[in-house]
Write a protein that binds this ligand. Structure first.
Ligand SMILES: [Zn+2]
Ligand SMILES: [Zn+2]
Length: 308
């Protein structure tokens, strides 16, 4: 009889587990996993990142067990290294994108004094069919192997060069937006292609905001990789992979619930406080789309904190 009782209990327990796991969880206001306002990734189209790279995504548990980089008391500054020359507008955009990265990751930031590009070597001249002038490109190896490692500041959790020079990683590549060595915490990113002048186009009133949005996005995405976040395959999210500037422009400047949960675990910030600071930044910089979305998100989650 006892055995029958235990078996019956076991069957009842298993049935209960099965029922619980198929009932959709109720979305509570204040829940980090509340996905209202987030757009799910559709089926990838030809040319898009996920069409060519069959990424499997990264669960929260997978993220935690990967032992990602975390800021330590002695190494917690996001340090940026401009490698010039720059116009005043370009300097201003770097300063604002760095301020944004500080809010996004809830970490202190620093911009080092500008260094020059190498006078000789480490570059090549390329002719592209879509532009009537030659483009001087610098090899990423100069930054990753020569310039940055020996200057790595002792308080830096990462040390990233930013330049207006176009970049290439190897001879058989046309160009690259940037490259990083995650093990060394160093990287280099070019902002050249974020400005219309590079493409032989006229500047417009939107050029500044577009360049600021793109520069902020590349820092959020790339420093996200340094903190161990892999490409997101669930929602339209800053951590989506991208195969082109057009695809990168379609990525929103926000983390989906999955990626935000990982970053929050890593950094330990208060979700609402971070959203409040991001909203203030977006409003001050006139990034209206982002300010409006963050405002709606705060209304959704702000007034009703999650249950403990
Ligand atoms: Zn990436
Ligand atoms: Zn995501």
């Amino acid at each position: 009889m006892k055995v029958v009782f235990y078996i019956r209990q076991l069957i009842l327990s298993l049935a209960l587990v099965a029922v619980v796991s198929v009932v959709p969880s109720t979305i509570r206001a204040g829940d980090i996993m509340d996905d209202s306002g987030f757009e799910k990734m559709g089926k990838p189209k030809l040319g898009e990142w996920l069409f060519h790279f069959h990424e499997r995504g990264q669960s929260f548990e997978g993220y935690v067990s990967s032992h990602p980089t975390r800021a330590a008391a002695s190494r917690r500054v996001l340090v940026f290294q401009p490698v010039g020359p720059f116009s005043n507008i370009e300097k201003d955009i770097i300063a604002k994108a760095v301020e944004f990265a500080g809010i996004w990751f809830d970490l202190p930031t620093r911009i080092e004094p500008v260094l020059p590009l190498p006078e000789s070597g480490w570059h090549r001249i390329r002719h592209f069919s879509w532009i009537d002038r030659p483009v001087k490109q610098y090899k990423t190896g100069y930054f990753l192997d020569k310039l940055l490692p020996r200057r790595l500041p002792p308080d830096a959790v990462c040390y990233l060069a930013m330049t207006m020079a176009d970049l290439y990683p190897e001879e058989d590549w046309n160009f690259v937006f940037g490259q990083a060595s995650f093990s060394d915490g160093v990287g280099v990113y070019s902002m050249a292609r974020y400005f219309p002048q590079f493409w032989g186009q006229e500047e417009s009133s939107d050029s500044y905001y577009l360049a600021l949005r793109r520069s902020s996005k590349v820092l959020a995405h790339e420093v996200g990789h340094i903190f161990g976040l892999t490409h997101c395959i669930h929602y339209r999210c800053t951590m989506n992979g991208s195969n082109s500037l057009e695809e990168s422009d379609r990525r929103p400047l926000r983390l989906c619930p999955f990626c935000l949960k990982k970053l929050q675990w890593n950094r330990g910030f208060d979700i609402n406080e971070r959203y409040e600071k991001l909203r203030e930044f977006f409003e001050n910089q006139n990034l209206q789309q982002e300010a409006a979305w963050t405002n709606l998100r705060l209304k959704r989650i702000g007034s009703n904190p999650p249950e403990q």
